[in-house]
Design a binder for this molecule. Structure first.
Ligand code: SF4
Ligand code: SF4
Length: 359
């Protein structure tokens, strides 16, 4: 069953979610980018905004429509809401009687993520494998994940860097959401995916979507799929003989700055480091994002294992496209294209992979 949510009812939706205890997060224009931040009213959305993306290039432009979701994706995915850039893992404190206490720290809040992209939902399912399903459950990730209300807005306007279809994903979310919406000129065609969503649809008194609305939404998604021309090569890294000695690693290493920007914008990357930091009354263990492009990330016994950019680029790409497959039976890439857009050296993961599977 599909419903229709007029644009004029978005604020009502946000108010209802707020009343249920959620802080609502949604896309909005900040610092010439679309970013996810607290949202209380529909007017905060990026109405009439489009984005242009190519290798090493991102710019917001005026859209030819007044819709709120006529853009591909933002530099920030939803990753920081689950796997935070900086997180306290445990804390040791001395109380007023001088006794020392040890406390694991799990900080979370109920968040309604409104307007997330299908590629980011797919990336979250991949991160679930790392933080929930690989043996050691991360309690911070688990608590935050359970406290989410997920509202996906399907993708009408993929960028020139998007290749989610070729990466085995889609412009339309099929599962794992509370609400999935496709924007048309007058509002959204909405599908419920959970009991919480069914209750919300009832409270909002949404009417069924008309056949015209449904067909507009369907045609748009077909058009969006056809717009994607960027593709991963059909041949996989695992099929390439003597892969690690391919001469293209050296060629890409000469262009790559080793800056790690690709890992920071990637919705599936999860490298992190931990350190002990002192506080006013004790100390705490802090986990922070790291990058496999950082020399210190492979530090063992006083020296880095991966000494040059070539070995670090190799690690990044092989981890995503080869080792991940061996460990989780899926690739660690959802085709969002962010690593291409935000790479200062205009390195394009699809092009590098194509070269690496050439003989
Ligand atoms: S591929 Fe691009 S973004 Fe990634 S480390 Fe190299 S230069 Fe930086
Ligand atoms: S590797 Fe690049 S295209 Fe793939 S999920 Fe990460 S940022 Fe997106």
């Amino acid at each position: 069953m599909q419903y229709f949510l007029p644009h004029t009812s978005i604020t009502d939706l946000l108010i209802k979610l707020h009343a249920q205890g959620y802080r609502c997060i949604g896309p909005q224009v900040q610092d010439s980018c679309i970013m996810y931040d607290t949202i209380t009213e529909a007017k905060q959305l990026p109405w009439g905004t489009a984005d242009q993306q190519s290798a090493g290039f991102y710019q917001l432009t005026e859209s030819n429509s007044q819709r709120a979701f006529n853009w591909a994706n933002s530099p920030s995915s939803i990753k920081p809401f689950l796997f935070k850039q900086q997180d306290t893992v445990w804390r040791v404190q001395r109380n007023t009687e001088g006794k020392i206490s040890f406390q694991p720290v799990v900080e979370y809040e109920s968040l309604a993520l409104f307007g997330i992209r299908p590629c980011d939902l797919a990336a979250m399912i991949i991160q679930d494998k790392v933080f929930l399903e690989s043996g050691a459950v991360d309690p911070r990730y688990e608590a935050r994940r359970k406290a989410l209300f997920l509202i996906v807005v399907n993708c009408n306007a993929p960028s020139a860097n998007c290749f989610c279809i070729s990466a085995g994903q889609d412009v339309e979310a099929k599962a794992h959401f509370d609400l999935a919406m496709t924007e048309i000129d007058s509002g959204f065609v909405v599908t419920g995916g959970s009991e919480k969503a069914a209750k919300l649809i009832q409270e909002l008194k949404l009417e069924s979507a008309s056949e015209t609305h449904k067909s507009q939404a369907h045609n748009q998604l077909t058009q969006a799929r056809n717009l994607q021309s960027k593709k991963l090569p059909e041949k996989k890294l695992a099929q390439q003989e003597d892969l690690l000695n391919h001469p293209h690693w050296q060629e890409v290493a000469q262009r790559c700055f080793g800056c790690g920007t690709c890992t920071q914008v990637c919705p599936t990357c999860f490298c992190h480091k931990q350190s002990v930091q002192t506080t006013s009354d004790g100390y705490e263990q802090v986990r922070e994002w790291d990058s496999c492009f950082s020399e210190k990330h492979s530090y063992v016994n006083g020296a880095p294992l991966r000494k040059d950019v070539k070995s670090r680029y190799q690690q990044w790409l092989c981890h995503k496209m080869l080792y991940w497959e061996q460990q989780f039976s899926c690739e660690g890439c959802v085709g969002c294209g962010r690593c291409i857009t935000w790479c200062p050296a205009q390195i394009d993961v699809t092009e590098e992979l194509s070269k690496l599977v050439e003989k």
